[in-house]
Design a protein around this ligand. Structure first.
Ligand code: ZN
Length: 336
């Protein structure tokens, strides 16, 4: 079908409404549109005609495209102006609520622990996560054949004998070096790294560590402090027991158990039918550790203890699987 003069198209565009503009565009320029068709039929013309007719057709097509776009813009702007003029906007209406995040349960429990210890007069100390062998092991009286020093258990960095700290205890040494010979009372929360690869251990987890050094600090001070901490966290009535244990950096050493929070000591899978759950490791600071930190073990004594924050969070919130704390599933996390 031969193309019509430009004015024919302009008249039609001038009278079209918004849907009409789109209908005209399809009718003329769509895949089977009349102008598309006319361009397609150029191939059948004599070569001497083809060039001239082709140029005219292309000019016409461009002009039509341009006017269609202009008309569409103008109609859309008119419609918006009309809508704004007729609609009253009530600025006093409540807005759409915005979803706000909140602390992760591990951060919540760490904040809770820190506030308990700060209330007892402890200061918060921090240290680097990349440590040297001396701060992480040697100064803490880890014998050279201790399994924690094995390549299997720690992440060693290629350069210069550095490693990712396997516990928060090197912060004890750093804090002692800064404070000696003055008394010291600190907690050190933070992330630690081990090359564990079984189902119940992650390669990265969190600990909180406490250290007290002063004249005549005794096991009685240690027991009173950890008992106050456990009762503040788990309730005044929670059963507690101390059990002798071994750690390289304390002597004597003891672990604190609390009565199973899941079964009220009746025996369940989580307490392995014992009625007790291990909560923390503790002890009197080994004289060699005091010396490494710059203190004289003849003049002062101290106690230290450490807990796993993931484990405490599981006990405190009664979460049965540690992986829930690591996976970032919002259906779980939004419950806290
Ligand atoms: Zn139990």
């Amino acid at each position: 079908m031969p193309a019509k003069p430009l004015q024919f198209y302009l008249d039609a565009i001038e009278q079209a409404d918004l849907p009409g503009v789109e209908a005209l565009r399809v009718a003329w320029l769509g895949r089977n549109g009349t102008l598309t068709d006319a361009l397609r039929q150029l191939a059948s013309l004599e070569p001497e005609h083809r060039r001239q007719v082709g140029q005219e057709l292309n000019r016409l097509k461009q002009a039509v495209e341009q006017h269609l776009a202009q008309r569409q813009q103008q109609l859309a702007a008119d419609a918006l102006r009309l809508r704004l003029a007729s609609e009253a906007v009530d600025l006093s209406l409540p807005g759409e609520p915005v979803a706000v995040g909140h602390p992760h349960p591990l951060a919540l429990i760490q904040d809770r622990l820190v506030s308990i210890f700060v209330a007892m007069g402890f200061a918060v100390a921090v240290g680097p996560e990349v440590e040297d062998d001396w701060h992480n092991f040697e100064a803490l009286n880890f014998p050279h054949d201790h399994p924690a020093r094995d390549m299997q258990d720690s992440f060693s960095l290629a350069a210069g004998g550095w490693l990712l700290r396997t516990h928060t205890s090197p912060v004890q040494i750093r804090a002692m070096q800064l404070s000696a010979p003055r008394p010291l009372r600190i907690i050190a929360p933070g992330r630690v790294y081990r090359r564990d690869d079984d189902a119940t251990h992650a390669t990265s987890f969190h600990q909180i560590e406490a250290l007290v050094i002063d004249q005549a600090v005794s096991m009685a001070h240690l027991k009173a402090t950890v008992a106050t901490f456990a009762r503040t966290l788990f309730g005044q009535d929670v059963p507690l027991r101390f059990r002798p244990s071994y750690f390289p950096f304390t002597e004597p050493s003891a672990e604190l158990d609390v009565g199973c929070l899941f079964c009220q000591q009746a025996g369940c899978a989580l307490c392995k039918m014992s009625g007790w759950l291990e909560v923390l490791g503790s002890g009197m600071v080994h004289p060699k550790v005091l010396t490494a930190g710059g203190y004289d073990p003849e003049q002062v004594s101290g106690f230290a203890f450490g807990v796993g924050i993931e484990r405490l969070a599981m006990l405190y919130y009664q979460i049965p699987d540690v992986r829930l704390l690591l996976e970032g599933d919002l259906r779980f996390l939004s419950q806290f």
